[in-house]
Design a protein around this ligand. Structure first.
Ligand SMILES: *Cc1c(COP(=O)(O)O)cnc(C)c1O
Length: 478
């Protein structure tokens, strides 16, 4: 029954769209075809359920709702209140968090909310107290100057980009790297693993206001109890960005010291990666930060996307089921299968394996840069992204690695055998790709030649697996 409902819902919706702008309806159909036909190994992507997707396409999109539940700057928000309160309740109960803020439009926005609330809560300045007391008008220009100086000179310690950290953890291309005085901790150069003693030594020396844990390209679990100990020792606020692995926390794969929520002062996340919800962000916090996090909109966020908050509530309801826990466990098991598949075929993995949803393949042993590997794989229908490896000799643009993740294909039903085959196909492509040369005759970091017949061979073998595990089975567009 649901299959035919979903098929007719989307077929009719596309007809309505086509009556106004047929090219958008066409691109939307094509996107489904393309997603169905590609081997998606992008670690940050997934496939949300039709219920989540359908929830986003409604009139909630038309409503302005700045403020918080029951305290809006616009009239007529009673239904948005229902939606936001329910999404927050699901989030609190799912993650065991005292407080949840579901308005952030994305992961970056969730981090901005967290940074603001940490500054507001922890920077001791009489000017800020006046500001919080709403006596802003009493501040002189000199007061503001001092305030800006105090805010702008706070210290943040985060994981370095090439060890797997994220741009928003204090790096220059992101505002976090400009608003904070920042330093980084890396991983052990031998093992590629986080060395907590080194993090602690750095924290003692640097004395950050904010210690950020979390990653987007580190293939291992983190001990958040230990990170909290380090933060406490130096009086820092522990902020954990679980954007990538929230689904493994929700699905109870990461428990005890591997669950960040009880240990972090503030936990941020996206909702669209392993958590498999709509594109968006979320902040979980201990009580002491709740009032500051609540000021996220309009402090750093625009009006909440009510239709997306509704979809977050639906996705969080899904994540509270035992089915989702099974899914999360398969995501981690499949990553192990993928890693073992590579190791059995002689490939190099950063840290020698994985215990989360990410596998980081070092492609230098194939004589390739990450850029060449990514392009050659794409020619064969394998969608990945290039990624730095620790102390990457090729820098952040060309890189020496390929990041792979299991959340999306696990949603399609891939298991151990399929992921072993994925490793075989990737090794087939990379061992049959030759790095090109530059005009001057030196080695090129970008050009490459893929051996004859490889793309066809790999495409047809992945098509067999993709056909066996269709995306949105039962969804047929008329
Ligand atoms: C993906 C990611 C983000 C950013 O999420 P957006 O929704 O793209 O803004 C932030 N932090 C980490 C660790 C991430 O992996």
């Amino acid at each position: 029954m649901t299959d035919s409902l979903i098929s007719s819902a989307y077929s009719q919706a596309l007809e309505v769209i086509a009556s106004v702008e047929p090219r958008i309806a066409e691109a939307t159909r094509q996107e489904l075809t393309d997603q169905r036909g590609s081997l998606k190994l992008i670690a940050s992507e997934n496939y949300a359920s039709p219920a989540v997707l359908l929830t986003m396409g409604t009139w909630f999109s038309d409503k302005y709702a700045e403020g918080t539940v029951g305290h809006r700057f616009y009239a007529g928000c009673q239904n948005v209140d229902t939606v936001e309160a329910l999404a927050a309740e699901h989030a609190r109960e799912l993650f065991g968090a005292p407080y949840a803020y579901v308005q952030p439009h994305s992961g970056i926005d969730a981090n901005l909310v967290a940074f603001w609330s940490i500054l507001a809560n922890r920077v001791e300045t009489p000017y800020l107290q006046k500001m919080q007391a709403k006596n802003v008008n009493e501040l002189t220009e000199a007061d503001w100057e001092t305030l800006r100086h105090e805010f702008g000179n706070q210290r943040l310690l985060g994981m370095s980009l090439d060890a797997g950290g994220h741009l928003t953890h204090g790096f220059r291309p992101n505002i976090s790297g400009k608003m904070f005085h920042q330093q980084q901790y890396g991983t052990d150069p031998e093992t590629g693993l986080l060395d907590y003693d080194l993090v602690a030594a750095k924290a003692r020396e640097f004395k950050p206001l904010v210690l950020v844990a979390g990653y987007s390209a580190y293939p291992r679990r983190v001990n958040f109890a230990r990170m909290r100990e380090i933060a406490d020792e130096v009086g820092a606020v522990l902020m954990v960005d679980m954007a990538h692995f929230a689904g493994l926390v929700a699905g109870k794969v990461f428990t005890g010291e591997e669950d960040p929520v009880p240990f972090a002062h503030i936990t941020t996340t996206t909702t669209h990666k392993s958590l498999r919800g709509p594109r968006g962000g979320m902040v979980l916090a201990q009580e002491e930060f709740a009032a500051d996090v609540d000021r996220g909109c309009p402090m750093v966020l625009g009006g909440p996307l009510s239709h997306v908050m509704a979809a977050k509530a639906v996705a969080l309801a899904e994540a509270r089921t035992t089915e989702f826990q099974g899914y999360a466990q398969r995501v981690a098991d499949n990553a192990k299968s993928l890693a073992e598949g590579f190791l059995a075929r002689g490939a190099d993995l950063v840290t020698g394996g994985t215990d989360n949803h990410i596998v980081l393949l070092d492609v230098s042993s194939f004589g390739l840069t990450g850029r060449q590997a990514e392009s050659a794989l794409l020619d064969a229908g394998v969608v990945t992204n290039r990624n730095s490896v620790p102390s990457d000799p090729n820098g952040a643009w060309y890189t020496s690695g390929i990041r792979l993740g299991t959340p999306a294909l696990t949603t399609r039903g891939f298991g151990h055998d399929e992921f072993d085959m994925v490793a075989e196909l990737i090794v087939d492509v990379l061992s049959n790709t030759e790095a090109g040369t530059t005009k001057a005759g030196g080695p090129s970091k970008a050009s490459y030649t893929l051996g004859d017949g490889v793309a066809d061979r790999v495409t047809s073998r992945s098509a067999e697996m993709l056909d066996k595990h269709p995306l949105y089975p039962g969804l047929v567009l008329s």
